[in-house]
Design a protein. Sequence first.
Length: 95
Amino acid sequence: MTPNCKEETMSPAEIMKVIKGYEASVDASWTTMVREHAKSLSAVSDRLTAGELASLIEIAAASYQKARQEYQASVEYDLLILRINAEAQKRQRSK
């Protein structure tokens, strides 16, 4: 790229399309994803205002918290189903 050329930017719609179509080919654990996101934000933080950086960190934190809540709800649901099935089997055996 030449120094006087404006770099192309992606629209929000284009970024959403990439995000939705992304399939992880590496370790996608939450710890790894948060660490990599933090590295990425750190790498560009000198080009962002304090407000922009804070906003991106808030979005990342909200996404992480939402995913944790959904994961926890999923685990609780699975445990409830296991308990219900165990009770049903217990009743069936006692007949």
